[in-house]
Design a protein around this ligand. Structure first.
Ligand SMILES: Nc1nc2c(ncn2[C@@H]2O[C@H](COP(=O)(O)OP(=O)(O)OP(=O)(O)O)[C@@H](O)[C@H]2O)c(=O)[nH]1
Ligand SMILES: [Mg+2]
Length: 698
């Protein structure tokens, strides 16, 4: 029987780096009967971390899709990486899943990436559960972890399981709802089996049960009445209450366990299969139709088919894989769909699901499911595929803007094109990685979330193609402008023998407001220069503005008025006036007190309270102007500042080392501002040095 939407559960596994997400998932897949032997990160053979780069570095780099069947449900698990460099992959996992299992290390408690994740989940009103893992390790404490959650997030997580012993004494967990104990298996490759609750834990279970009943009744008036009347709730009532409260993200169920010991996995799966939100409980999706009108649409299997491409992976063996989340109807092989982005029609071929890297063909993908369309060259991440007569597009992934910029070139100049091609491919797979050519600085600039992500991309390219890339701090796109009005004249004259050249112009040059760019006015009276030469004159001004007289940066925000000039009946031409205009502009600029302008950025820094002082004094040493600092919960302060771009070129790395990896930031262009003194002199010197180097190379 094909799967129905009601049978599907999608759960993202996320949390701070190295908490044990991939290890827990491996044991979920083992307990769920997908694999017969669970592997470890150290063996490099886990289902989820299968990429060469993941195996080599022993970390997750990409979100991977797996699933298991449990109690007639198909539970899709999307295992997200924990490092902040791969936050784009976390966004993909959250887009695909109705609920999130947040992993917390029982020794370390809530860590910074988890705080950031939680904020993200709050913004999306995403239901979440927490799994306090690594209970087997020394100093592990379930209660301390729950207290940390309460302190940092101001919510009480309600235990669904409680541990039997902790740390080196950790002996397994008790499922409070179903009143079963699961003794920690003797080794991680043995299955968990249920047993009676040991007498010594009866009281603790009773306390946890009361807490659960209260949590279940809390959001449901009828249940609350029943609970107050009868003093307890049946397991069925408890499940109903918890299901409703979790779907609305009103409670946070908590589990204890250890991925590596295969402990606490069964109770979690039982809970997930019966209580985790189904796709039908998803908040309605926002859509935009062809006329730009906004609407919403909910997951519904009876409507025509529509799905969003949430991820593109170009796999060495399987080719191009488009991960889709089906929202309405059903995708089936041979279905004719429209790609809403360009209106192109396409016939689907086979459909798949994934277990890590292993493709498994499926007869259909129902509404709510996550699956794979393979080898479709035209599909891109964020595309909507649809069989609607009047198709609409789903909202795109909300990805952070890459903040770490590097100029890049191939060590071997002949490989430049191939390198660019590979970088473009990488950018297609990872939307938090971008590549652009900066015409002002004449550099190819790549942008990502951090060094780790960029190095992994470059390593992969090197492994596949042998191309070695060189990266360096990118040049800043300075500009030049003037600060006062000036008048200048220039005559271009070449009249020695044959057809000569003659043009003379007199210019007024004046500053314009910042951001106005360029204006030109013809103020010539009495036809001293004919109208026909004006286009040539404007071309000359443009040419002069491309490279200013201070350091060769583009000139902006000036108005040039031609007030007089002279032409020759035979020797004047468009070319002659172009050269005259260029000369006059440069001369006028020289007299108009030219200055350099530098880009100023709006910077938003997220930092833990304890690092605030360091971050603030560092910002002032970067010529930053701080405009605000506000606590946003979880001990995190947001600092807003305006800082010159030149001071932020290595900020992704510096902030990390200043805050032991806990700080993060966002940055966007604000405006151009003048610079003077030593700072300007240094820019001019650097530009001259660059020009000399360039000339020598030629
Ligand atoms: N003792 C113990 N070690 C664990 C447990 N879970 C994971 N580990 C170890 O912790 C390390 C990190 O585990 P991963 O499963 O890769 O953690 P992760 O959260 O998936 O890491 P990223 O995806 O890279 O963020 C590995 O060395 C695991 O063997 C656990 O329950 N107990
Ligand atoms: Mg992992």
């Amino acid at each position: 029987m094909p799967l129905s939407t009601e049978q599907i559960r999608n759960i993202a596994i996320a949390g701070h780096g190295s908490t044990g997400k991939t290890t827990l998932l491996e044991h979920i897949l083992f307990q769920g009967g997908v694999i017969s032997k669970p592997e470890t990160i150290e063996s490099g053979k886990t289902v989820s971390d299968y990429g060469d780069d993941e195996i080599a570095r022993k970390i997750s780099v990409r979100s991977s899709l797996t699933h298991c069947l449990w109690k007639d449900k198909k539970i899709n698990f999307v295992d997200a990486p924990g490092s902040s460099d791969f936050v784009g992959e976390v966004v993909i996992a959250l887009r695909a899943c109705e609920s999130v299992l947040v992993l917390i290390d029982a020794k370390s408690g809530v860590q910074i990436e988890t705080i950031k994740l939680w904020r993200n989940l709050d913004a999306r009103q995403k239901p979440r559960m927490v799994f306090v893992t690594r209970m087997d390790e020394d100093r592990a404490s379930f209660d301390a972890a729950l207290k940390d959650i309460k302190d940092k997030f101001k919510v009480s997580a309600v235990p669904i399981t409680i541990p039997m012993g902790e740390g080196l004494e950790f002996g397994g967990v008790i499922d409070v709802i179903n009143s079963k104990a699961y003794v920690r298996p003797a080794s991680h490759d043995q299955k968990e089996v249920a047993s009676e609750i040991p007498a010594e834990y009866k009281d603790a279970v009773e306390t946890a049960r009361i807490q659960l009943c209260e949590a279940a009744a809390e959001g449901d008036d009828a249940l609350m009445e029943k609970y107050l009347d009868q003093g307890e709730l049946s397991p069925e009532d408890m499940l109903t209450g918890l299901r409703g409260a979790l779907a609305q993200a009103k409670i946070v169920p908590a589990f204890a366990g250890s991925g590596l010991c295969n402990s606490g996995v069964t109770a979690f799966l039982d809970f997930a299969a019966s209580i985790a939100p189904s796709p039908l409980s998803l908040l309605p999706e926002e859509v935009t139709d062809a006329e730009g009108k906004q609407a919403t649409i909910s997951v519904d299997s009876k409507l025509p088919a529509s799905a969003i491409v949430i991820k593109t992976q170009i796999d060495q063996f399987s080719g191009r894989l488009s991960f889709v989340k089906v929202i309405t109807g059903e995708l089936v092989p041979e279905l004719d769909i429209i790609n809403v982005r360009d209106g192109r029609r396409e016939r689907l071929s086979k459909l798949y699901t994934l277990q890590g890297k292993k493709l498994e063909e499926v007869p259909s993908l129902p509404a709510g499911d996550i699956g794979i369309i393979a080898k479709s060259a035209s599909l891109k991440t964020n595309d909507t595929v649809s069989t609607y007569d009047r198709p609409f597009a789903f909202a795109s992934l909300k990805l952070p803007t890459p903040v770490h910029l590097l100029a890049i070139s191939a060590s071997n100049k002949k490989e430049e094109d191939k390198l660019n091609e590979m970088l473009l491919k990488a950018a297609e797979e990872d939307l938090t990685f971008q590549i652009n050519y900066n015409v002002e600085t004449k550099e190819t600039v790549i942008a990502g979330m951090g060094d780790l992500q960029i190095n992994m991309i470059l390593d992969k390219i090197k492994n596949m193609t042998k191309i070695v890339a060189e990266t360096r701090v990118p040049r800043v796109a300075y500009r030049e402008t003037i600060t006062k009005k000036a008048t200048a004249e220039y005559t271009h004259k070449k009249q020695s023998g044959g057809h000569g050249q003659y043009g003379r112009v007199v210019f007024d040059l004046e500053p314009l407001e910042r951001g106005k760019g360029y204006e030109f006015e013809n103020k010539v009276f009495g036809g001293a220069v004919s109208k026909g030469f004006m286009p040539g004159i404007e071309k000359g001004i443009h040419q002069a503005m491309e490279a200013g007289i201070l350091a060769g940066y583009p000139v902006v925000d000036t108005k040039t008025s031609i007030i007089d000039g002279k032409e020759h009946p035979v020797d004047s031409s468009e070319m002659a006036f172009k050269l005259a205009a260029r000369g006059a502009f440069r001369e006028a600029m020289r007299q108009a007190s030219p200055v350099l302008l530098e880009p100023i950025m709006n910077l938003t820094v997220y930092v833990e309270e304890k690092n605030l002082g360091d971050v603030m004094s560092d910002l002032s040493s970067r010529r930053g102007r701080i405009s605000g600092q506000n606590p946003i919960g979880g001990g995190i302060i947001v600092v807003n500042a305006q800082v010159p771009q030149a001071e932020l070129l290595r900020y992704a790395i510096d902030l990390r080392s200043m805050t032991s990896g806990t700080g993060s930031f966002e940055v966007e262009f604000s405006h151009y501002a003048p610079i003077a003194g030593k700072i300007a002199d240094d820019v001019i010197k650097a530009a001259q040095a660059f020009k000399t180097a360039e000339t020598e190379e030629e």
